[in-house]
Design a protein around this ligand. Structure first.
Ligand SMILES: [Mg+2]
Length: 259
């Protein structure tokens, strides 16, 4: 697929964050201007991240500071997908491991949070986690309630050593409880894809997932019937992409080259 075909056939661009539009605290060169042109062409831009440790407001603040957030843009995280999944299923009481800010966001989205006899245990990226909470979460899993994780990433990139992410906690709770999540919401799974299609009312065939990771971003786009654009501004190279089963519709050095 050419970049002209990709642009013409896409109404909604889903953009991964780190490695795609910025590297840590630096915008990828030329991407801010590219986003302005896409908005001028009437394209909708939604930032899509698996990271469930931060709220929409926190991401909007960062993207605005970096000159990447424009009129009509939105941010959607795996915690938002989890909230929609749980409220649509009528979850009665959810014991959630999540940061205070994300807990407040879940509650505002209508998720009934509580720790006594929950029917759902929700594992989000809780960077304030204590041992007492891990113990309670393990007890909830032992009770047999539905087990939902926001996303599967093992580590979260930093400037130095990558930090343990939700996938590492999934492994920990598997050792202690023998259970793996019944549902994982974020990339590369379909829960978040279905949420996006409902929320923004754009068919998957006219949605393009743009990202730098083959096994999350590109797998997500393909699993949800979207177009996919792999950018080489993050962790994947032309050599390393061959090791993955998925094939993106287009590969570019960075999103800035889409014009
Ligand atoms: Mg990335």
């Amino acid at each position: 697929m050419t970049k002209e075909e990709l642009r013409k056939g896409t109404d909604l661009f889903l953009l991964d964050l780190d490695g795609t539009v910025y590297l840590s605290d630096t915008p990828v060169a030329g991407v801010a201007e590219t986003l302005s042109r896409l908005r001028e062409e009437g394209k909708r831009i939604v930032y899509l991240t698996n990271n469930s440790s931060r709220t929409r407001a926190e991401y909007v603040e960062k993207l605005t500071r970096l000159g990447l957030f424009g009129r009509g843009d939105d941010v959607y995280t795996s915690a938002h997908a989890a909230a929609e999944y749980l409220t649509s299923r009528g979850a009665r009481r959810v014991y959630a491991l999540a940061t205070d800010a994300v807990r407040a966001e879940l509650a505002a989205a209508g998720v009934a949070l509580g720790e006594h006899s929950p029917d759902v245990a929700l594992l989000a990226y809780d960077t304030q986690l204590t041992f007492a909470e891990m113990k309670k979460f393990n007890e909830a899993l032992a009770s047999g309630c539905l087990y939902v994780a926001t996303h599967p990433d093992d580590v979260c990139p930093t400037d130095g050593v990558p930090m343990p992410d939700v996938g590492s906690f999934i492994a920990l709770f598997e050792r202690s409880s023998g259970r793996r999540p019944d549902v994982v919401c974020g990339k590369p799974y379909t829960v978040m894809g279905e949420c996006i299609a409902r929320k923004y009312r754009v068919p998957a065939a006219r949605t393009c997932m743009v990202g730098d990771r083959m096994h999350t971003d590109i797998r997500f786009g393909n699993a949800n019937g979207m177009r996919t654009l792999l950018v080489l501004s993050g962790e994947t190279t032309r050599e390393s992409m061959a090791a993955f089963p998925d094939v993106p519709d287009l590969v570019l050095p960075s999103l800035a080259q889409i014009f």
